[in-house]
Design a protein around this ligand. Structure first.
Ligand SMILES: CNc1ncnc2c1ncn2[C@@H]1O[C@H](COP(=O)(O)O)[C@@H](O)[C@H]1O
Ligand SMILES: [Zn+2]
Length: 341
């Protein structure tokens, strides 16, 4: 196995990234829920419909419903990305309120921030930034509240909160309902990463959302004309040079892409468009960033050098311009270790 040269992970949902060992600790805390590991992850060779994937998140959310849980989960996830060699991580998560445990959305975000700070103090070798996520299922009003929350935290955390994510079941709701909230987020300086055309037949919605325009696109599986998107969508993405966050295992296991070789990575990569390899939900889809790099390399016959270049270009796509120089330096320092293989 080659050591894959990766520096940053830009698309990772906190509760989708919970590893097997952390799930075990959570299950031990809540034996009454009777949750087994098969309910929280999709193993190799297995596939689920995207709909079934969203059922998996519901199970994980039952397991992660107190501040203590969030703190443990966030710290474990950060340590795991660091152990995989990731130097810069953008985590995203949907603030949740839990009546039964007294957790509020504000405490939720504060706890994730606390986890980031604790990891830093403990010397974990990774820089972490946070994107506050809007779940489409919760509608426009909650989206607007979430933007206010994100703005407050952007100002109070000294730049640890860098952006806003739009995610959740793509078949629920319509992007037009979120335009005012997204526009407000952009105007107050939050970077936008939007899940776009993750499922077919969303060309109208994608058209609207691309007009904002977002700073990055999650998936974009069905943007190009060959899969039911349109040239006009592609032109918009290219005009703004908007990077795509591409998650191979997630799309194949969630069955929106029929096989690895059919993944739209190739379409955008061949065009020279900024494309960043990401995990999406490393826990649920049983993967890590090294494995995703490995998959891209083997599926599309990319050389070690191609992969270096890919990981190098990803640095320019982060939402932390203040760290880019430092990350370029890390990338250069990592390079010689690969020649020893
Ligand atoms: C598989 N493709 C996907 N498409 C859209 N949204 C997804 C997703 N994977 C994860 N999420 C979003 O992330 C939440 C879990 O993490 P957090 O509780 O926020 O940390 C899910 O509930 C969903 O809203
Ligand atoms: Zn995602």
């Amino acid at each position: 196995l080659l050591v894959m040269h990766k520096v940053d992970e830009l698309h990772a949902h906190l509760n989708g990234s919970v590893s097997f060992s952390t799930i075990e600790k959570l299950v031990a805390r809540k034996p009454h829920l009777n949750i087994e590991h098969g309910m929280t992850a999709i193993r190799s060779g297995q596939r689920r419909t995207l709909d079934e994937c969203f059922q998996v998140f519901k199970v994980i959310h039952q397991l992660v419903d107190t501040e203590e849980d969030i703190l443990m989960v966030a710290k474990d996830v950060i340590r795991e990305f660091a152990a995989d060699g990731v130097k810069y991580l953008e985590l995203r998560s949907t603030p949740r309120k839990e009546k039964t445990t007294g957790m509020t959305k504000r405490r939720y975000v504060e706890t994730v921030i606390e986890a980031i700070r604790q990891c830093k103090n403990e010397g974990v070798d990774i820089e972490v930034r946070f994107l506050v996520a809007v779940d489409r299922r919760n509608g426009a009003e909650v989206a607007m509240e979430t933007v206010k929350l994100a703005e407050d935290f952007m100002l109070s955390t000294g730049g640890l909160v860098v952006g806003l994510d739009l995610s959740g079941d793509p078949t629920v709701g319509h992007g037009r309902d979120f335009l005012p909230a997204l526009q407000k987020a952009k105007n107050c300086g939050l970077k936008l990463s939007l899940h776009l055309s993750e499922v077919p037949s969303q060309a109208d919605e994608s058209e609207l959302l691309l007009n904002i325009p977002p700073d990055r696109i999650g998936h974009g599986t069905f943007l190009h004309p060959e899969v039911g998107g349109s040239q006009s969508l592609v032109d918009k993405v290219r005009k703004h040079n908007t990077p795509l966050e591409l998650c191979l295992t997630s799309n194949v296991k969630g069955q929106t892409v029929s096989s690895y070789s059919q993944h739209h990575f190739l379409y955008w990569y061949q065009m020279g468009h900024p494309s960043v390899i990401c995990t999406d939900d490393k826990g649920v889809f049983c993967t890590d960033l090294s494995q995703e790099y490995q998959l891209a390399a083997s599926t599309f016959n990319l050389s070690q050098e191609d992969m270096w270049t890919l990981s190098h270009k990803a640095i320019d796509c982060t939402f932390a311009p203040d760290l880019q120089q430092q990350l370029h330096q890390k990338w250069l320092e990592l390079q010689p270790t690969l020649f020893q293989l």
